[in-house]
Design a protein. Structure first.
Length: 198
């Protein structure tokens, strides 16, 4: 089944405070400018990815993504006391100058602390400073808390023109999902950023 797509037309970023026990920072590099293997391992751990070697997973998801610069685009939420990464989010530009939210994850132990809201605000602020007018993301139907966070931050569901491989039309998938979440707004966008009409 095709992933769900969402789009935010940038008009401003709502700040969101970070829980007092945590801070947000970018991924750190070694003094020689290369990626720190400890930071990469922490990223893989937070994303809970175990379908290959640590370096290979990171390369596939981060370093091989065109236009992504880890030092400015990969964010961690860390425990203040230990600097241990507990959540991550990537906010990067694509080759068209649009923004993307990518590879969002958190450890189960920090759920409910609203770190996702603070991380998303930080990522959107980074993209706003870069001057983007549109920010995209893809997600899965089962990621309800994340979808609610995206909706609250101003993202709208996108109705993709080509979802012919899916048994359920995209607007129906979104309607069911938003009904189950109690979300009343049904503003859907096209892939061009226009209001979608059935």
């Amino acid at each position: 089944m095709q992933q769900l797509m969402m789009l935010k037309l940038m008009g401003g970023v709502k700040p969101y405070p970070v829980h007092e026990d945590y801070c947000i920072r970018n991924i750190r590099l070694l003094e020689n400018g290369k990626e720190d293997p400890k930071e990469i391992e922490a990223w893989v751990n937070v994303c809970r990815l175990d379908d290959g070697g640590i370096k290979e997973i990171y390369e596939k998801s981060i370093t091989k993504t065109p236009c992504l610069v880890p030092a400015t685009d990969v964010f961690f939420a860390c425990e203040k006391a230990t600097d241990r990464p507990v959540a991550t989010l990537t906010a990067h530009l694509d080759d068209r100058g649009d923004g993307w939210i990518h590879m969002v994850g958190s450890l189960p132990e920090v759920r409910g602390k609203k770190l996702g809201h603070a991380m998303l605000a930080s990522g959107l602020e980074r993209l706003a400073k870069a001057g983007v007018s549109r920010v995209w993301l893809t997600t899965d139907d089962f990621r309800r808390p994340a979808i609610k966070n995206y909706l609250a931050a101003g993202f709208c569901p996108v109705i993709c023109e080509d979802n012919s491989s899916d048994a359920i039309p995209m607007d129906e998938r979104w309607n069911v999902l938003l009904d189950e979440m109690g979300w009343e707004d049904r503003t859907y966008l096209t892939e061009d950023g226009e209001i979608w009409k059935k």
